[in-house]
Structure formats: structure tokens, C-alpha cells
Design a protein around this ligand. Structure first.
Ligand code: GLU
Length: 304
């Protein structure tokens, strides 16, 4: 199917939309990005790509990286991972501390910060050079040669990460962390500060639309069963405490990040990445959500 025309149609309709929303200024470096940037890239199951706007503009992938660390951890550790992190929507903001306390140090899911700290900790136990391993993994699944970290964004987040440090210490106090907090925070902020553009990002999630098969290397990253579980987690937990709203409006499995990116998959069909930095009150990229809602509505296809 030729998606180019419909992508351009939705894109141009949304270009008129006033730029509302707030940049993720709790990470100071992210407060200085141009709020008018807007890009899209859809890659179909065969790897054909359809792009529009600022689709080649690199941005901070932030929480989207949590999917990659989850896949790395889960593909090695298997079901034992679920002893340390749950698979339920949290209904709370991504950096919530109270829920972790009253649920005895077991994070609700791998996409809130506490859960991602646990999967990052798992990856660190598996690989001596976890930072490189994560980048290598993303490079492998996206067919892109090199994946880079924005050191300014990383430093900026580390300097203001009191709450994530608190979450990590809480996990440690419950015995749900193997590494030292400082080492963990170094690796966590490193993968959050990876920069990619929509084209690279859509490619890096294509295996999740292809039942675990990576067309760029012709290898199976996950079997069909594990792929189903990752997609189910993205559907139920991928948008902070707005996952229900995303399923309701868009009907795809996806993950957002406070850097302004959203990536989503329709299994058997395509992977798509949309970038627009201003965030809504729940911390999701406002215009990107509208884009995906309009696209699935016009196409008449979704998970449902
Ligand atoms: N690095 C960010 C944090 O921990 C990720 C947040 C996000 O994109 O949801 O606050």
C-alpha cells in the first residue's frame, strides 16, 4: 500500500494546528529544542518507507529506549524478569514513588521509571558493557550503522535526577537492584539520551510489527510469543497514565518519550514514528497523538 499521500494529508492538516503544550523542561537541555519541529516516518513490513516533514531531524528518544532495554533483558532472562517487575498499567505518572513503596519495591511495569531501572539493572548484570550493548542492539534492529548519545542531554538529566535517584534507592532498599545506584543511573540516562530521527526509530521497531523478525539482518530477535508480550505491554503501559486514551483514540501498540517522539506498530503492517516536542499534561507529545489518531481513523485500520 502507498502510505505517502495519506501521511502528507494528515501532516498538512496538523501543520495548521496551533503549537500548544509544554517542552520537557525538567531536563533543562530539552527545554531549548524548537517546538515547531514536526516529522513522520512510516516503514511498512517490507521496509518501504514513507516520510514527511522533519523526519530526519534527530531528537532525544528518552523513554522509548525503555522498550529496547526491556527486549534485551527479557530475551535473555525470560519469565524470571516478571519476578522483579509487574505487567500492569500504573495509572500514575512515570516517576511516581508512592506506588513503588506500597507495592514493596516491585514496579508496576517496565515502562515507568522504576520498571525501566530494573530492566536496565538486568541488562547490566548480563553484559559488562551495557551502554555499548544497548546501542549495538538498536543499531542491529534498525539496520543503522551507529547510534549516538547526546552527552549534553545526558549530563543535563543527571544533574536534575533527584527523583530517579530516589526511585533507584527505593528499589535498592527492597533488594530489587543488583548494581550500585550511581552506576545504574549512568547507564539509564545514557540510553535515555540516545538521539535518533523518525526514520531510524520507525526502522528500529519494525521487528515488533513483523512478529519478531528483523528484515535488516534476516534474523529473529524475539519469537512470536515474546513479541506479542512486548506489544501488549506497549499497548497497556506505553503512554504513562494515558495508555487507555491512546488505545481508545489510536488503537496501536506504542511508546512515547518526553523528548517529543512516539513510535507505534501495527503487527503485520507497519511501524511508524512521529516527532513533535510539545507535551500534553500527561507528558505525551500532543501533536503526535493527534497525528496517529487521524491516521488510523482515515486508514480505517488499527489493532481493533
Ligand atoms: N529520562 C527520562 C526520565 O527518567 C525519561 C522520561 C520519559 O521519557 O518518559 O525522566
Amino acid at each position: 500500500m502507498d502510505y505517502q499521500e495519506i501521511i502528507e494529508e494528515v501532516y498538512h492538516e496538523l501543520l495548521q494546528m496551533p503549537v500548544k503544550g509544554k517542552l520537557a523542561d525538567y531536563i533543562p537541555e530539552l527545554a531549548s529544542v524548537d517546538p515547531n519541529q514536526f516529522g513522520v516516518c512510516l516503514v511498512d513490513k517490507n521496509g518501504e518507507e514513507f516520510q514527511c516533514g522533519d523526519s530526519l531531524q534527530p531528537f532525544s528518544i528518552q523513554s522509548i529506549s525503555k522498550v529496547h532495554t526491556l527486549v534485551l533483558a527479557y530475551s535473555q532472562v525470560g519469565v524470571d524478569l516478571w519476578k522483579r517487575v509487574n505487567v500492569e498499567p500504573s495509572g500514575n505518572p512515570f516517576n511516581n514513588l508512592a506506588q513503588l513503596e506500597y507495592e514493596n519495591g516491585i514496579p508496576r511495569n517496565p515502562f515507568i521509571n522504576s520498571g525501566a531501572l530494573v530492566t536496565t539493572d538486568t541488562v547490566m548484570s548480563l553484559y559488562p558493557n551495557a551502554k555499548e550493548e544497548i546501542k549495538q542492539f538498536i543499531s542491529n534492529v534498525s539496520g543503522e550503522e551507529s547510534i549516538v548519545v547526546n552527552e549534553n542531554v545526558k549530563r543535563s538529566e543527571l544533574a536534575c535526577a533527584s527523583r530517579n535517584y530516589a526511585v533507584a534507592h527505593m528499589l535498592k532498599s527492597y533488594g530489587n537492584l543488583q548494581r550500585e545506584v550511581d552506576d545504574l543511573m549512568e547507564v539509564y540516562t545514557d540510553h535515555c539520551a540516545i538521539e535518533m530521527n523518525c526514520y531510524q526509530l520507525a526502522k528500529s521497531f519494525l521487528y515488533l510489527a513483523n512478529h519478531g523478525h528483523n528484515i535488516y539482518t534476516d534474523t529473529q530477535i524475539l519469537d512470536r510469543g515474546l513479541t506479542k508480550r512486548i506489544n501488549a505491554l506497549m499497548l497497556t503501559c506505553g503512554f504513562y497514565d494515558e495508555a487507555g486514551e491512546f488505545a481508545f483514540r489510536v488503537g496501536l501498540a506504542g511508546k512515547s518519550g518526553v523528548g517529543g517522539g512516539v513510535v507505534a506498530v501495527l503487527p503485520g503492517e507497519f511501524s511508524i514514528a512521529v516527532y513533535s516536542p510539545p507535551l500534553n499534561r500527561k507528558g505525551n507529545p500532543r501533536k503526535a497523538l493527534y497525528f496517529l489518531e487521524m491516521l488510523t481513523t482515515k486508514l480505517g485500520i488499527s489493532l481493533f
